[in-house]
Design a binder for this molecule. Sequence first.
Ligand code: SAH
Ligand code: SF4
Ligand code: F3S
Length: 442
Amino acid sequence: MPSVYIETYGCQMNVADSELMLGKLAAAGYAVAARPDAADVVIVNTCAVRENAEQRVIGRLTDLRRFMKPDAILGVTGCMAQRLGNRLLDADARVSLVVGPDGYRALPDLIDSARRGERAAVTRFDLEEHYDDFEARRFAGVKAWIPVQRGCDYRCTYCIVPYTRGPERSRGLDEVIREVASVAEQGLTEVVLLGQTVNSWTDGTRDFGDLLRAVGAVDGIRRVRFTSPHPNDFTDSVIAAMAGTPAVCEHVHLPMQSGSDAVLKRMLRRYTRDGYRDCVARLRAAIPGLSITTDIIVGFPGETDADFDDTMSLVREVGFDDAFTFKFSAREGTPATRLPADLTLPHEVVDERYEALVREVRAIARARNVQRVGERREVLVEKEARKGGHLLQARSRDFRTVLVPDRVAAIGDYLDVVLTGTTGSTFTGAPVAARAPLPVAG
Ligand code: SAH
Ligand code: SF4
Ligand code: F3S
C-alpha cells in the first residue's frame, strides 16, 4: 500500500482541507504516513497570506527534498499553490504537482500521472466544490473543523485570500448537519464552523443564525464555535441565534485590523471605528461573559502616528482577551500594492509600532485574566500540556487555556474547575465537584 504524508501551514481552513485530502487518498488506497521520510507521496499544504508564511514553505521544501525517499512524489497544495501555479513547477524540478484549493478531487489521478513523469499545475476555481462526498480523515483531537463556506467576496485591499480561494460560496445546510452528526457519532463533542467571513453564510433562504441553531441542535454536540466572522455580517438575527443556542460558546474572534477610519477605508474593510465598536457592544449586550479576540495589522501603507494611536485606543477601549498582531506584508496583485509608493512605511516605524501594540495587547489580556482568577469554568480537556509536568491542556467555553493535573481527567472529558492562577495568558485550574442541582420547588 503506498503511503502519504501531509504537512499543513496556514489557517484552520487549510487543516480542514488537509483532512479532506487525507480522506480522499485513504479512500483511494493510501496509508497515512506519520513522517515525510517514510512516505511515497509528500504533500505540503501551503499558506500565502504573508511573505514570511511563503518563506517558511520554501525553506521547508528544501529540507524535505533531503529527507524524502528518492522516488517519492512531492506535491504543493493550498493557497501558495494557487497563487504561483506553474511558476512553482518552473522554480523547483522536484515538485511534480501543484494543486489549488478547489482541485483536490483530482489528487489520486494527478499522483498517478506524476508517477508516469507528468507534472501538472491545477488552479481552476470550481464554484460548486465543497468536497461533500469526501470522508475527512481527522487529525487526532477533541474538536472537528467543519468548512461551511469556501472563498471570499470581501476583497480587503491587503489580502491575497480572495485570489487564492476564489469567490465565496456556502455549503448546503443539510451537508453541514450530516457531517456534524457524523463527528458527534464518532464521539467528538465540539465543532468549529469555518469560513473566511463565516457569518455571511446563506443558502438563499436561511442565514448563519439558522445554521448555528441547526448545528447546536445536533445530538451529542456540546460546543459550537466559528471562525472568522466579519463585523458587517453580525446581523441582529445572527447575534440572537448565538445568544439563544446553548451550545454556541461565549467567544468570538472578530478581526478589527485597524482602529483608524482612514486606514479602514484604504483597507476596504467596509466598516468604521464606530461600526466596529457598535458590533462589539451589540455582541456583549446579547451574550454575557463573551470573550473577544481579534486580528490587527500594523504598518498598512499611509498609516500615520495618529492612525496608529487610533488603533491603540480602540484596542484599549474594547479590551480584547487576546489579539493576533501582524506587520503589513505586501502581496503581489493585491490592490494595496498599487497605492502610491511614498505611502510605504519604513521598517523601523512598523517594528516600533508593532512592539508597542504587542505590549499593550499583552497587558490588557493579563489584566483581564488576573480578574478571572477564582472564577469557575467548564473546561474540555484537549491534549497533554506541552510543558509536561503531569498536566493536561483544557479549554473553557470563553476560549481560555487552562492547565489541569492529569490524574483528574482524560482527553475529551469535561470538567468543572476553579481558576487558581494565571501566567497572564494561560490559567491553572483545580477540579471542583459538579454544582449541586438546585432544589426543586414543591
Ligand atoms: N478571513 C479572515 C482572515 C483571513 S487572514 C478574516 O477576514 O478575518 C487572517 C489575518 O491575517 C487577517 O485577519 C489579517 O489580520 C492578516 N492578514 C491578511 N493579509 C495580510 C497581509 N497582507 N499582511 C499582514 N497581515 C495580513
Ligand atoms: Fe481577506 Fe478580507 Fe476576505 Fe478576510 S474578509 S479573507 S481579510 S479579503
Ligand atoms: Fe493562508 Fe490560505 Fe488560510 S492564505 S490563512 S491558508 S486561506
